[in-house]
Design a protein around this ligand. Structure first.
Ligand SMILES: [Fe+2]
Length: 304
């Protein structure tokens, strides 16, 4: 077992992947997430893997999102901008582009696999997320499994049941068919069904596959590492959702995923491989454009 993950109680072992849960980790002891290290990483990061987002929320919690580019700003200036604004910066594929971090992710997942019985991730990808004191992430669900390692600052996460009322199956089909972003319809009264955790540095959160969640920073600059993973189980389910989404468009009946036996999921997954190659459904996500550049014409909140 890796020392990066603190030993789990029997309750934590039983909860991983089945119920929302938190645990402790030692990633922040590495000094990889301090200002000067982050500024260097920001300077060198490939522009196409570097997202700058700004969300506006109304009183009902409904949001609009704008995505921007860093422009000519240095890493230190971008970091300053995040600390002062409502923006958040996401560095995708951090396991590859921040190599020391890639090693830590491997060690951390070895530590999780050593404790969560039968957990065998086959693919992992890290997003390093820097977010402003007032930043919020709207209600959404991720297609892969996720472990969120919290590193700096404080944030609150609401995790909702992955049931039809909170995460409609057709919504996940649309996410996998790239017909919609990962955002889902949200109403304040859904919060009654949520489990809520306040994350401090050194804590990590995990939840069942496709469980929707939302996040609010608690007045401090935040650094987190979100690691997406696939297992054979999640790959079969997501392939099956993809095939179901195509079949639903063709007017064919689609069964509820929890009532679809593993063999049938496997057949749907196999079908999805051919359907994906055939590109029957047009990607509606890739056209979303970056609407501001940090500095010059940025919204006031995003200006360093
Ligand atoms: Fe997420």
């Amino acid at each position: 077992m890796s020392d990066l993950i603190t030993a789990w109680s029997p309750e934590q072992k039983a909860a991983f992947g089945k119920r929302p849960m938190t645990f402790h980790h030692g990633l922040a002891d590495s000094r990889l997430f301090e200002d000067d290290a982050l500024a260097r990483v920001l300077d060198a990061y490939p522009a196409e893997l570097y997202d700058i987002n700004l969300f506006d929320f109304d009183a009902d919690g409904q949001h609009t999102m704008r995505t921007g580019a860093r422009g000519g700003r240095s890493g230190a200036e971008v970091l300053e901008g995040v600390k002062e604004g409502r923006i958040w910066v996401q560095l995708r594929r951090a396991e590859a582009w921040y190599p020391q971090l890639g090693d830590l992710i491997q060690q951390a997942f070895a530590g999780i696999s050593g404790q969560a019985k039968g957990f065998k991730p086959i693919q992992m990808s890290g997003q390093l997320i820097l977010s402003a004191p007032g930043a919020k992430v709207p209600f959404h669900a991720d297609a892969p499994g996720v472990v969120l390692f919290h590193l700096r600052g404080r944030k609150r996460i609401w995790i909702y049941p992955a049931d039809e009322a909170h995460m409609p199956q057709q919504g996940m089909e649309n996410i996998l068919l790239k017909q919609q972003t990962e955002d889902l319809p949200y109403r304040r009264d859904m919060d009654a069904a949520a489990q809520v955790f306040d994350l401090e540095p050194g804590m990590a959160a995990a939840w069942p596959l496709h469980a929707p969640h939302r996040i609010e920073n608690l007045g401090t600059f935040n650094v987190s590492l979100s690691v997406d993973y696939q297992t054979w189980g999640s790959r079969l389910i997501n392939g099956a959702h993809y095939a179901n989404g195509v079949f639903r468009r063709w007017g064919m009946p689609v069964a509820a995923m929890e009532k679809t036996p593993v063999l049938a999921r496997g057949a749907l997954w196999a079908a999805s491989l051919g359907l994906k190659r055939a590109r029957l459904v047009e990607d509606r996500i890739k056209g979303l454009e970056r609407s501001f550049e940090l500095g010059t014409d940025a919204p006031a909140e995003a200006r360093p």
